[in-house]
Write a protein that binds this ligand. Structure first.
Ligand SMILES: CC(C)(COP(=O)(O)OP(=O)(O)OC[C@H]1O[C@@H](n2cnc3c(N)ncnc32)[C@H](O)[C@@H]1OP(=O)(O)O)[C@@H](O)C(=O)NCCC(=O)NCCS
Length: 161
């Protein structure tokens, strides 16, 4: 579906904007549904109040359906987390979310961005490759699953010009 028809179907056009303190509960809910070790509402409140942390929310109509979080230090930043509600995945929404987030990091004087991604996380790896990140390292058995399985992490980097 294209244009107005898909907007109507999905409840509006996607919008990416800075998250506010009042989003903490919803962001914790989205995070908990996407990752084994979820971050609580208090953790999000902390991050939303810190000057060195940047948080964007993805909205569709009145619903918050995704977020991106990164931490800045000097001219470097690390993407700590990005997620889209499972019901809205596979529509390419994360790409715009990440690109806008990166634009804001550039505006804050950030020159280099790092992130870690689980080696088998195909959608996330594809997202990062498509937005200009390259693999710069690999960490064996870095993530420990609740079931005891240990998964490898890739370290990725992108320079902003
Ligand atoms: C990673 C995530 C944010 C991507 O969001 P999304 O809006 O669904 O992303 P997209 O629809 O743009 O899909 C991303 C890419 O992965 C591809 N993809 C999707 N599912 C895939 C699969 N199972 N295998 C391989 N590729 C897949 C898509 O085709 C797309 O590639 P393309 O741009 O070349 O078409 C989302 O899957 C998510 O929230 N996952 C859980 C949290 C997570 O893992 N975050 C990243 C932690 S580092």
């Amino acid at each position: 579906m294209m244009g107005w028809l898909s907007d109507w179907w999905s409840g509006g056009s996607p919008v990416v904007e800075p998250a506010a303190l009042r989003d903490a509960a919803r962001l914790a809910q989205l995070h908990g549904a996407s990752f084994h070790r979820g971050w609580g509402e208090a953790e999000f409140e902390g991050m939303l109040s810190e000057r060195n942390t940047l948080v964007h929310r993805l909205k569709l109509g009145r619903k918050v359906i995704g977020f991106a979080v990164s931490r800045m230090g000097a001219d470097e930043a690390e993407i700590l987390s990005i997620a889209v509600d499972a019901a809205y995945r596979g529509r390419g929404l994360s790409r715009n979310l990440l690109l806008i987030h990166l634009g804001h990091l550039a505006g804050r004087g950030i020159r280099t961005i790092f992130l870690e991604v689980e080696e088998n996380n195909a959608p996330a790896r594809r997202l990062y490759e498509r937005t200009g990140f390259g693999v710069v390292g690999r960490r064996e058995r870095y993530y420990k699953q609740p079931g005891g399985e240990q998964l490898n992490a890739l370290l990725m980097r992108r320079d902003l010009s």
